[in-house]
Design a protein around this ligand. Structure first.
Ligand SMILES: Cc1ncc(COP(=O)(O)O)c(C=O)c1O
Length: 411
């Protein structure tokens, strides 16, 4: 049915989810899968987290949608608490991640024109190669992924791309028209690329010295995933604007936000920006619950501890065909020797063994389970991964030697 009625803009794993709880998904035939992709970090707190479902159910009995044409008793507290979590004083609520990135770009351009004094229509924003910030026309305008761009032009001007991880090139790209630098602190879609340790502190310094806003897209990396509230916390760097999404909606709703001080977000006036659903009472109730959960520090600590275990187990497999292991906390990008198969083949083989992971770019796999996962479940997933690598390398050597290969599951 999906092949006939849904545009083929994704290439999903051959799994049809019917229900889910915690770190597990059950398909229409009753088979269970350990979710190690977590909706690209939208499910940091697990499927149907009870605390989030309770907040949602409670708000359903009150008021769910007002539009921003009037106030709701949920919006102010949500934005105050989210701003507090970020050490800022305002939050602009939106829905999807791409919408929040678009909002940050608009705010930066408006700040550049109204506050910095950059002549109208000339503002430039510096971005990094390999970036992924979403799918809108403006955002793909500064992507260097040809698949994301081909056929979608003409594009939005005003972006300069520099190599990720290279602060000198970034400094050289800044001129009098530059209003912002927009980066993922750790590049997710590019394969969980962690920059050199001195990169983000240097970028922070350069932005401050040149009066340029630092915008960090923490949509995938933030809200507990890496073992800290924000990935940028690992380098003690605070941006001028945080862009948040995914897990902010607790795995139940699209909730995103741009968080900054009023000296930045205060440039917006009535009619200049908005979204009918942005900050609706249901979303705000869920978002407030997520912020409250993160304020305890429990999720960050759990992701750090479990992440250490995940990375330890992955490194044990490093001689079994892994050519690169990167990441922080419960987030790992793993390059597999292409001789063992493509990322798609490996993730399909893992799904057949009950472990869901996502491939990206060639033979790279991403492990990003919900933070509710247990050590035993991580061990089980790693055992399945070891088996898949072993059977792929047996197939690869059978291909080379011409000997038939026996699937261990059938012996
Ligand atoms: C870093 C980053 N920014 C933005 C987005 C876009 O978010 P959404 O798909 O909710 O528009 C994503 C999605 O994967 C992302 O990883």
């Amino acid at each position: 049915m999906a092949a006939r009625h849904v545009p083929q803009n994704y290439s999903p794993l051959p799994v049809v989810a019917a229900s889910a709880q915690g770190a597990w998904i059950t398909d229409v035939a009753g088979a269970r899968y350990l979710d190690c992709l977590a909706g690209y970090s939208a499910l940091n707190f697990g499927h149907r987290n009870p605390e989030i479902l309770a907040a949602l159910a409670d708000q359903l009995t009150r008021v769910t949608l007002t539009s921003r044409a009037l106030h709701s008793d949920r919006l102010g507290p949500f934005c105050r608490d989210l701003a507090d979590l970020c050490g800022k004083d305002m939050a602009l609520p939106m829905n999807t991640g791409a919408e929040a990135v678009e909002s940050a770009i608009k705010v930066a351009r408006k700040w550049g024109t109204d506050v910095k004094g950059v002549p109208a229509e000339t503002a430039s924003i510096v971005v990094a190669s390999g970036n992924f910030h979403g799918r809108t026309t403006t955002i793909v305008s500064f992507s260097d992924d040809e698949t994301a761009r081909r056929g979608f032009g003409p594009f939005t001007p005003g972006f300069r791309t520099v190599p990720f991880g290279d602060a000198e090139s970034l400094a050289a790209a800044i001129d009098d028209t530059t209003v912002a630098v927009l980066l993922e602190p750790i590049q997710g879609e590019a394969g969980i690329i962690v920059p050199p340790p001195d990169y983000l502190p240097a970028v922070r310094r350069i932005c401050s010295e040149t009066d340029v806003l630092l915008i960090l897209d923490e949509i995938q990396s933030g809200l507990g995933r890496t073992g800290k509230t924000f990935a940028s916390d690992h380098w003690q760097v605070a941006p001028d604007l945080y862009v948040l999404g995914k897990a902010l909606g607790g795995g139940v709703l699209p909730v995103s936000a741009v968080v900054a001080d009023s000296s930045v977000l205060g440039v917006l006036h009535p009619g200049e920006h908005g979204s009918t659903f942005g900050g609706n009472p249901l979303a705000a109730a869920v978002g407030s619950t997520v912020v409250g959960m993160l304020e305890t520090g429990y999720w960050q600590e759990r992701a750090a501890l479990l992440g250490d275990h995940l990375h330890r187990r992955l490194h044990e497999l490093s001689t079994k065909g892994l050519t690169g292991i990167r990441g922080l906390g419960l987030w790992a990008g793993i390059d597999v020797d292409p001789a063992l198969g493509t990322g798609k083949e490996l993730s399909t083989a893992l799904a057949q063994r009950g472990v869901l992971v996502k491939d990206t770019h060639g033979s790279t796999l991403r492990f990003a389970p919900p933070i509710v996962i247990t050590i035993d479940e991580i061990d089980w997933a790693m055992d399945q991964f070891a088996d898949v690598l072993a059977s792929c390398s047996a197939s690869a050597s059978a291909e080379v030697t011409g000997r038939p290969h026996t699937d261990p599951r059938h012996t």
